[in-house]
Design a protein around this ligand. Structure first.
Ligand code: G3P
Length: 221
């Protein structure tokens, strides 16, 4: 399972990229609105920091606007994947962009049928938003189960990118189902590193080592 960071925060991207944990990045207008600085420059920087795919989202709503923006965004970096909303105009843009050799990530997916249509239009990634479904009283993870099964049944090449992730258990469940990618807010990736028993165990090891050093004052390793 690949791990993408769902953020436009350069500091967080650098931090986790230095740990070898970032296979790619997804951004959206809301995430960019949270950062200080020129959004275009931030997007360019992200494509330089991360080797893997970086999803940058269009804001136009007509096919023509999306295509224009997609071609401009693609110039931000070789690894740019253009994020397109799940609309009729969006699907038309996806088809055209595939013909132009530009990868797309279809966003705002809330049903298995939407995911199927995005895959058929030629998307490289489909992004179902599971947390927002959970928030609305539906089971977001069931949607991932359905999409993964349908894509397997018909050998669709589009990758299932689990988005709107709210907690580490979502990541475990997505992995068990076999989703291709999870995109995580940095705080969730941070939580995945931690376990109280790891801290407790390390404290005990270090305390015991202090005792060993007292008995062997010249010891060094
Ligand atoms: O990439 C977009 C998606 O992950 C949004 O998440 O938390 O705004 O529902 P959220």
């Amino acid at each position: 399972m690949k791990i993408f960071l769902d953020t436009a925060n350069l500091e967080a991207i650098k931090k986790y990229n230095d740990m070898g944990l970032v296979d790619g990045v997804t951004t959206n207008p809301t995430l960019l609105s949270k950062e200080k600085g020129n959004p275009a420059e931030i997007m360019r920087q992200i494509t330089k920091i991360v080797k893997g795919p970086v999803s940058l989202e269009v804001v136009g709503t007509s096919t023509e606007e999306m295509l224009d923006e997609a071609h401009r965004l693609k110039k931000y970096g070789q690894n740019v994947v253009v994020k397109i909303p799940m609309t009729a105009d969006g699907l038309k843009a996806v088809k055209k962009l595939k013909q132009d050799g530009i990868e797309t990530n279809v966003t705002l997916i809330f049903s298995a049928n939407q995911a199927t249509l995005a895959a058929k239009a030629g998307a490289s990634y489909v992004s179902p938003f599971i947390g927002r479904l959970d928030d609305a009283g539906q089971d977001g993870m069931s949607l991932i189960r359905e999409i993964v099964q349908i894509f397997r049944n018909y050998q669709f090449s589009a990758k299932v990118l689990v988005a709107s992730v709210r907690h580490p258990l979502h990541v475990v469940d997505a992995g068990k189902i076999g989703a291709d990618v999870v995109t995580l807010p940095p705080d969730i990736l941070g939580k995945m590193i931690l376990h109280p028993l790891t801290d407790k165990g390390l404290t005990a090891f270090l305390n015991d080592w202090e005792k060993v050093k007292k008995e062997n004052p010249n010891l060094s390793i």
